[in-house]
Design a protein around this ligand. Structure first.
Ligand SMILES: NC(=O)C1=CN([C@@H]2O[C@H](COP(=O)(O)OP(=O)(O)OC[C@H]3O[C@@H](n4cnc5c(N)ncnc54)[C@H](OP(=O)(O)O)[C@@H]3O)[C@@H](O)[C@H]2O)C=CC1
Ligand SMILES: O=C(CO)COP(=O)(O)O
Length: 342
């Protein structure tokens, strides 16, 4: 059934998801901040800044008027970065229908409160909307989705009915949507993998090989799973698309902003220059701060996140970081097993 969908944010991900929705026959209205971009989407059907060289469906309409875009829409998709989520949600909350299906697609924490995105959104919208917010996450680069390259994602929510509705909304021949009731795990896995992607980029930027990358992915997964479990996630979610799936795509793809930022850092560029050069959100930088704080608050050992924190915010060089990680004391791979595997 064709629906009216409001997409909030036309960066690379909002635009790619708008394309999936338009392909599925939905009427898509996108909210953007820049009137020039609204004009470009409506007349030329492109978004050259965020997805250069891609033709969008003429059915996608853009506007700078938040009230007009959100009012009376049965479905609203929030596709802004995590640092903007609270403010944007606060601004659109008065226009939401009480029965709206609210989905978000951001991968990060709110830095000040260390809350997950559905917690932040839940605090800004009236009940019952807040209890049924859905996250869409998983291994999915906008640049490939918008070219209809086969992609799998996960939707998770505390409300099964809404999760199933979100699955129906997006599912098509190139965009396969799985459900997972572990909302906490899906959000945490999606956010934390960006830290490891920064590290993987750094490793490549330093000129290290596949062994180093495999080590970062595997030990990175171990420590983000450790924190996730402490925060209430189901361990198996980290073995799924939101966990290892997204870790693989973000640590190995040329499309990844986090990998690319890490690569430049590994080559010795300072953080502020790297972020300026990127021109798009690099969620892993703030998430490293959030993970560092969450790990210390919950007494979880996260050596990779801790070393990355030192590199990003305390002037440690990437090479010093590697020496620190490799020079740590002896330890077991599987910490829950005894010395002889029992
Ligand atoms: N890109 C991807 O492939 C994927 C991204 N994600 C996640 O989606 C989220 C969005 O990322 P992405 O689209 O890549 O980011 P981009 O940098 O491509 O775009 C960011 C978008 O958010 C808008 N925005 C930024 N700050 C604010 C603000 N303070 N208030 C309102 N709008 C704002 C920008 O508007 P403006 O142009 O006016 O600045 C732009 O539309 C992130 O959490 C990311 O991790 C998840 C999966 C895939
Ligand atoms: O989450 C993503 C892919 O699943 C996007 O990662 P980047 O933000 O690093 O590009």
């Amino acid at each position: 059934m064709s629906q009216d969908v409001a997409v909030i944010g036309a960066g690379s991900w909002g635009t790619a998801l708008a394309s999936v929705l338009a392909d599925n026959g939905h009427r898509v209205n996108v909210w953007v901040r820049d009137p020039k971009l609204a004009d470009e989407v409506n007349t030329r059907h492109t978004n050259e800044k965020y997805l250069p060289g891609v033709m969008l469906s003429p059915g996608i309409r853009a506007s700078v008027d938040l009230r007009e875009v959100v009012s009376d829409k049965p479905v609203v998709l929030l596709a802004v970065p995590s640092h903007a989520m609270r403010q944007v949600t606060r601004e659109l909350a008065p226009f939401l229908r009480p029965d709206v299906l609210l989905i978000h697609a951001a991968k990060g924490f709110e830095l000040e409160s260390l809350k997950r995105m559905t917690e932040v959104i839940g605090e800004e919208v009236p009940e019952p909307i807040g209890k049924g917010v859905v996250v869409l996450t998983g291994p999915s680069h906008a640049e490939e989705v918008v070219r209809r390259s086969p992609t799998t994602v996960v939707v998770a929510s505390a409300c099964e009915d809404r999760m199933l509705r979100a699955q129906d909304l997006f599912m098509n021949a190139y965009f396969r949507v799985y459900t997972n009731p572990d909302l906490v795990g899906a959000e945490i896995a999606g956010a934390l993998k960006n830290i490891i992607a920064l590290g993987a980029g750094m490793s490549d930027g330093l000129g290290f090989g596949d062994n180093a990358k495999a080590a970062l992915l595997t030990r990175g997964l171990a420590e983000i799973t450790r924190l996730g479990i402490k925060l209430g996630a189901m361990p198996l979610t980290f073995a799924g698309l939101a966990g290892v799936g997204d870790l693989i795509v973000t640590c190995t793809s040329k499309h990844s902003r986090n990998w690319r930022a890490g690569y430049l850092l590994g080559q010795g560029k300072p953080l502020d220059e790297v972020l300026e050069q990127m021109g798009m959100v690099v969620e892993g930088v703030r998430t490293t701060k959030a993970a560092y704080a969450l790990a210390s608050r919950n007494q979880v050992d996260m050596p990779i996140a801790s070393v990355l924190y030192g590199i990003l915010f305390e002037g440690k060089s990437p090479r010093q970081g590697v020496e620190e990680l490799m020079g740590r004391g002896r330890t077991r791979e599987m910490e829950y097993l005894g010395p002889f595997g029992v």
